[in-house]
Design a protein around this ligand. Structure first.
Ligand SMILES: [Zn+2]
Length: 371
């Protein structure tokens, strides 16, 4: 038995100097982040965001209907092998970036398979997307897959909930999703107010709280108060800035942050500098929400979750600092900057991601742009 000692630490968003915590051996770091970063919203199967230079969208619906993708997303999701590999790469990138908890939407079976294929992995909330569109699941199919895989998952490390795509593409599915999430003792996620005010509309679908299960709204870009509507809010500043050149105008009401496109922009631990820069507040307010905030939002445990760095907080907030050690539930998943079970470092995983993205576009091309 030994100790990890560090010159400074950020514990639940508070800065503490000269920290010493029990560990299997003696080690020294400049900085500890406890718990590690939480990424409250990630689509592992997004390989192309349809970004075009100079194009700024007004809202998510305009983006979804108007974007020109190079990849057929429905065909890609149907490719279980490649979709699972994209999920696996997302989890690898997450831990190498100090992200110890991640909430993933998209295809449930692929995300679970990708997660199970790794022994070094983050805590994960699986929020499979339900939507009334070609190639998407319904709450019934999610319930079936969840019961088939539940024996492989324990709720300390992983949970399954439901993600309703949005009010417009699944508003009528919210009630059923809340009941399924209640049965799974989990949460319902939903893209909400991503450029249009939708909180009052949500009230029309579900009435006033309390709800059968917790609702986590994602984006909440408009200046509405999520708490007044009984929901939590995960803000995604990076993708918001790329699509809309703006993000939520205030950090008030935000409970955590999401990356949206982990394979394209990295996870929250990898771009915490972008998140801090997006809000004009004390960086430690952002750090609290970016770490313990996501855990509290999803009701996940955090004991033994940590990222340790050579370099101080200023270096971390300057961008590009990678953790040397990452633990999840006390187990080292990244050691000396490499994944404990595979030995890969972030550069190798990023190469694997670039290769997989290329394969996805080649194997599932969109014959003609969708308008
Ligand atoms: Zn999303």
């Amino acid at each position: 038995m030994g100790y990890i000692e560090a010159a400074e630490a950020v514990i639940y968003g508070r800065r503490v100097e000269n920290v010493r915590i029990p560990f299997s051996r003696d080690e020294y770091y400049d900085l500890l982040i406890i718990p590690g970063f939480s990424d409250g919203h990630a689509h592992p199967q997004v390989v192309d965001a349809g970004l075009e230079p100079g194009v700024v969208w007004r809202d998510s619906y305009e983006w979804i209907e108007g974007r020109r993708l190079r990849v057929d997303e429905a065909s890609l999701r149907a490719d279980l092998g490649l979709s699972s590999r994209l999920a696996m790469l997302t989890f690898k990138r997450a831990i190498l970036e100090g992200t110890t908890l991640i909430a993933v939407t998209g295809r449930l079976e692929a995300n679970i398979r990708g997660w199970l294929s790794l022994s070094s992995r983050p805590r994960t909330v699986f929020l499979p997307t339900v939507m009334r569109r070609r190639g998407w699941a319904t709450t019934e199919t999610i319930a079936g897959i969840a019961s088939r895989y539940s024996k492989y998952l324990n709720d300390v490390m992983a949970r399954i909930g439901v993600f309703v795509h949005s009010i417009r593409y699944g508003g009528d599915m919210i009630r059923g999703a809340l009941e399924l999430a209640r049965d799974l003792e989990s949460v319902v996620g939903i893209h909400i107010s991503e450029g249009v005010r939708e909180m009052d509309l949500l009230d029309e679908y579900i009435g006033p709280p309390p709800y059968p299960s917790r609702i986590v709204g994602v984006h909440c870009l408009e200046d509405e108060d999520p708490q007044a509507h009984g929901i939590a809010c995960i803000s995604c500043p990076y993708s918001n800035m790329l699509l809309y050149r703006r993000t939520r105008p205030t950090i008030n009401g935000v409970s955590g942050f999401g990356s949206d496109w982990p394979l394209l922009v990295g996870t929250i631990g990898g771009h915490i500098n972008v998140v801090v820069d997006a809000f004009n507040v004390d960086p430690f307010v952002v750090l609290r929400k970016a770490t313990i905030g996501g855990y509290l939002t999803y009701g996940m445990r955090h004991g033994g979750d940590m990222a340790a760095y050579d370099g101080g907080i200023e270096d971390l907030l300057g961008g590009g600092l990678r953790p040397r050690l990452v633990t999840v539930g006390g187990k080292p998943v990244v050691v000396e900057g490499r994944i404990a079970s595979t030995g890969e470092d972030l550069d190798e995983v990023l190469r694997g991601i670039r290769e997989a993205l290329r394969e996805a576009v080649e194997a599932h091309p969109l014959a003609r742009p969708v308008y």
